[in-house]
Design a protein around this ligand. Structure first.
Ligand code: SF4
Length: 361
């Protein structure tokens, strides 16, 4: 529910409008999901809220802490008729699970605390190297459930205030468009109406749906960052890795990204996962320079985290640094993203995959 939904709900239940502000403060500022503990509401209003408002609709079934401080949650959504979420779009299934990850800062920026959240249960794209896409799409997440992941991560011990959000967990955010946009509005809304995370610090990462990129530029008034998962320097390799690349060429994606830049004035981030020997060689880097220099973009290089059962390899350190040097020599702004949480299977979809593989059901 947005802040105005909560106001409307209060009014329709005979409560003063200021109750909405109090309710939102309990949820987003005090982090108190139990309606009966909202002590500045009358007992009647607390009971009414308990009966009709679901603050949390999932439960954490696994919590892992890595040696580098990265924390990962596996959340299960036990759908039931009591769910009050108006945007509920998940199928009635008792085993739907999503992952989210809390990544603490590394190095100088001690205030940077990044929550990586999911937009879907599973993923329809099915990238060949990714654990999330292994069994396809099980459902979309509502806006409430997307926000709930960030809320739960913010409640973990020692986390405090989340500074950044990345939609780089399970799912293709732009194929669950409305809930993602509504979630971004709540995540970025100033307290008490939301979590107060600046829109510029929210990154939506997409495998590339040109029409949806243009729609996002048109409809979302907030200055979010867009990241395009390129992962290949040419269409042939991209099609090998990403089934949806069959329908969209790199040229079409770059054209949508140029329109995004023209409309929003904000640079794109290109995400490039380096897979050992497959797309991490010097000729790949040179080809990528040719592709990327037409665009105002920053490039993030990501070392692949190996997934059990998949044939792809982590790149060698020398190949990674050589790749970065070629991009920089080609005039591109390029960073190697630090690998985090390797000891807790922090790559997208791995924990869920392992949990389901281990489960006797
Ligand atoms: S890499 Fe992203 S888009 Fe591809 S299958 Fe995994 S979650 Fe989906």
């Amino acid at each position: 529910m947005s802040a105005s939904d909560v106001s409307a709900w209060c009014e329709s239940h005979g409560m003063k409008r200021f109750r909405a502000k109090q309710i939102l403060e309990w949820v987003y500022q005090h982090g108190e999901p139990d309606q009966l503990k909202w002590t500045n509401l009358s007992e009647r209003d607390r009971r009414c809220a308990k009966e009709e408002l679901s603050v949390l609709t999932g439960r954490t079934i696994s919590h892992q802490l890595a040696t580098d401080g990265t924390q990962k949650l596996l959340i299960q959504w036990d759908d039931g008729p009591a769910s009050a979420d108006p945007l509920r779009v998940l199928a009635e299934d008792s085993s739907l699970q999503t992952e989210c990850v809390m990544i603490p800062s590394l190095g100088q920026d001690v205030h940077r605390k990044t929550a990586c959240i999911s937009s879907q249960v599973g993923c329809p794209v099915g990238c060949k190297f990714c654990a999330s896409g292994l069994s396809g799409l099980d459902g979309n997440l509502s806006a409430g459930r997307i926000v709930e992941q960030a809320w739960r991560l913010g409640q973990l011990e020692g986390v405090g205030r989340i500074s950044n959000i990345v939609f780089m967990g399970m799912g293709e955010p732009l194929s669950n468009f409305k809930p993602v946009v509504n979630a971004v509005r709540t995540l970025s809304a100033a307290p008490p109406e939301g979590m107060g995370i600046g829109a510029r610090r929210i990154t939506i990462s997409t495998v590339g749906l040109p029409k949806a990129i243009e729609r996002l530029a048109d409809e979302l008034e907030l200055p979010v960052t867009l990241a395009l998962s390129l992962h290949a320097p040419n269409d042939d390799i991209r099609r090998e890795l990403i089934p949806w690349a069959e329908y969209t060429s790199i040229d079409q994606l770059l054209s949508a990204c140029s329109k995004w830049f023209a409309k929003t004035g904000r640079e794109i981030t290109l995400e490039y996962t380096l897979l050992g020997r497959l797309n991490d060689q010097p000729h790949h880097a040179k080809e990528l320079v040719g592709v990327a220099k037409s665009l105002r973009a920053n490039i993030n290089l990501i070392r692949y985290n190996e997934v059990d059962g998949l044939p792809y390899k982590r790149p060698r350190d020398n190949d990674v640094t050589r790749f970065q040097t070629i991009l920089r020599d080609g005039g591109l702004n390029c960073h190697i993203r630090a690998s985090r949480g390797r000891d807790i299977a922090a790559a997208c979809g791995q924990l869920r995959h392992e949990h389901q593989t281990d489960s006797p059901s």
